[in-house]
Write a protein that binds this ligand. Structure first.
Ligand SMILES: Cc1ncc(COP(=O)(O)O)c(C=O)c1O
Length: 408
């Protein structure tokens, strides 16, 4: 039976969390700050939990440098919940800014950039929600693909020439890091493949799914975004809470929008304004995941050098692992899935081991050495090493040693 420190957990999510935070959380689960009650047994409206959620919000604001004109919300329903919530909230905001009579209403275009499985799922949900509910209804919006790399099996990012943004879209949607395929937009605007914010027409909102790269490094062009969201279960905390960062002018009353006609109101727990007006406490929030996330945020600020420190370490970890795999590739032993260097994710490193039966052998050997959850996503197979914030440099070094040994 291995102990926690004998195991190197490369899970894609839920993923490892810092041990010290889990130790503190286990104490808080039994007796939170000498109240004689565990954190999960305290009212979400009491002063103790209020301090937790407000602390988490303040620390996240500090860590990411979230500007004042954005509200941070804690929601439920995961990243998948936001595939739907984004569509409905932004259609409502768009409708309020286009208050034409119902008979003149034209469903706005919604531009999706497809770079892997998660952005494709978000697009499919937009299509589902926007389908006209009855004959002669124009529908609520018109999702369309602004760029896609599906034809290359998601092994690269679109080139600048491939982006075809609509002039009058309600928003442009992209997924910053595709967890399954291991594709991420490079961090600097001048990097080849960087998300082309400059090509998005002025006035068109930008939405980003940051679920698997949240707080791993700074968010480029933060203030060009309308909404940034992330499920917690990779870099931040346990599953069950989703963080939303919404520009204040998009916190709109969706019931008012629906009264203009041609658009539905948003289910109440998904309306950003309702969440914001109630400090993320409209209904009972996931108190334990928020509590653990709050502990993780404090730990990252205090012990990991904040976002700068995280960026430095994450870059070093990714470089080491990719360099090792490139060497293995030269020896004909491995093959990296993402062919363009600039598009390779710092968080999810995807590769195959070459040769009949070799992948199975690699995974068996890995398991014996304490490396866990390295199997690629069930939809694509292969190997995926997820190296989120809580995966240490030491774990990555040991994995690299094993890869070198295996490839000899
Ligand atoms: C990038 C990305 N977006 C969305 C999701 C969906 O998140 P959830 O499972 O929390 O609904 C995931 C899940 O892993 C993801 O990696």
């Amino acid at each position: 039976m291995p102990t926690r420190d004998q195991v190197h957990n490369f899970a894609a999510g839920p993923s490892p969390l810092p041990t010290t935070c889990l130790e503190e959380a286990s104490l808080g689960l039994l007796n939170y700050e000498d109240t004689g009650m565990g954190i999960c047994e305290l009212s979400h409206r009491g002063k103790e939990f209020k301090a937790v959620i407000e602390g988490a919000e303040a620390d996240l604001r500090t860590l990411l440098g979230v500007p004042k004109n954005y509200t941070i919300l804690f929601s439920q329903g995961g990243g998948t919940g936001q595939f739907s919530a984004v569509v409905l909230n932004l259609l409502a905001a768009h409708r309020l800014s286009h208050p034409v009579p119902a008979e003149q209403f034209q469903p706005p275009v919604l531009d999706y950039v497809l770079t892997g499985s998660w952005s494709s799922k978000a697009y499919a949900e937009a299509q589902r929600l926007c389908t006209p509910p009855f004959p002669n209804c124009p529908g609520f919006g018109q999702p369309r693909i602004a760029a896609s790399t599906k034809s290359t099996s998601w092994t690269r990012l679109p080139t600048r020439e491939e982006y075809k943004f609509s002039q009058d879209a309600a928003y442009v949607y992209y997924c910053e890091n595709e967890t399954i395929n291991g594709i991420e937009f490079p961090p600097k605007q001048e990097d080849e493949g960087a998300f082309p914010f400059d090509l998005v027409p002025e006035g068109v909102e930008v939405v980003a799914d940051y679920s698997s790269s949240f707080i791993s490094r700074p968010i480029p062009n933060f203030s060009r975004h309308a909404i940034i969201y992330a499920g917690a279960q990779k870099n931040l905390g346990p599953s069950g809470v989703t963080v939303l960062i919404v520009r204040n002018d998009l916190l709109v009353d969706t019931t008012e929008a629906s009264k203009l006609g041609c658009i539905p109101p948003v289910p109440i727990t998904y309306e950003y304004k309702i969440l914001a007006d109630n400090g993320s406490l409209y209904n009972t929030p996931p108190t334990f995941p928020i509590y653990v996330s709050a502990l993780v945020l404090k730990h990252l600020i205090k012990n990991k050098g904040g976002l700068e420190g995280l960026e430095k370490t994450n870059k070093e970890k990714a470089e080491l692992l990719y360099n090792t795999l490139e060497d293995a590739e030269k020896k004909g032993k491995a093959r990296l899935v993402v062919r363009e260097k600039n598009a390779r994710s710092w968080m999810n490193v995807t590769f195959n081991i070459e040769g009949e039966g070799e992948e199975k052998k690699f995974l068996e050997g890995a398991e014996k050495r304490g490396f866990r959850q390295l199997k690629g996503h069930r939809s694509v197979g292969g190997i995926r090493a997820s190296i989120y914030n809580a995966v240490t440099m030491e774990s990555v070094q040991l994995l690299c040693e094993y890869i070198n040994e295996f490839c000899k």
